[in-house]
Design a binder for this molecule. Structure first.
Ligand code: MN
Length: 133
């Protein structure tokens, strides 16, 4: 099986580094962006298997960026998992209504992180297979 590619869009350098390191150690190819606009360009150009999207980004926020990915036929089917530091009530609903497949709160659980990501990838592959029948 080919290595899966994950695009992380996160403006906090430490969080970006941590998530990248964990995914690379687990065998994923990681693409990084620290702003939404750059992330959207990378997503269109590289069509990653999954996008990890920080909700709070300078300029365009992660929910607006997710909505933009979902509107573009090139990137619409890529699952987006939101990352947020704000464990605020309503955030999950906002992430889901923007089109996110799921939601993780920061700080990430370093022991569970890569298996959670693997779970989202698997769910997305199953739904892609079902919709192609
Ligand atoms: Mn941020």
């Amino acid at each position: 099986m080919n290595a899966r590619t994950i695009l992380i869009i996160e403006d906090n350098p430490l969080n970006l580094e941590l998530a990248s390191d964990l995914l690379e150690v687990a065998g994923y190819i990681v693409l990084r962006a620290d702003a939404a606009e750059e992330g959207l360009q990378l997503a269109r150009a590289s069509k990653p298997d999954l996008v990890l999207m920080d909700v709070s980004l300078p300029g365009m926020d992660g929910l607006a960026a997710t909505a933009a990915l979902k509107k573009d036929p090139v990137t619409a089917r890529i699952p987006v998992v939101a990352l947020t530091a704000h464990a605020m009530k309503g955030d999950e609903e906002k992430a889901m209504s923007a089109g996110c497949a799921g939601y993780l709160t920061k700080p990430i659980d370093t022991r569970a992180f890569t298996s959670i990501i693997a779970g989202y990838l698997k769910a997305s592959e199953i739904s892609a297979r079902e919709s192609s029948i």
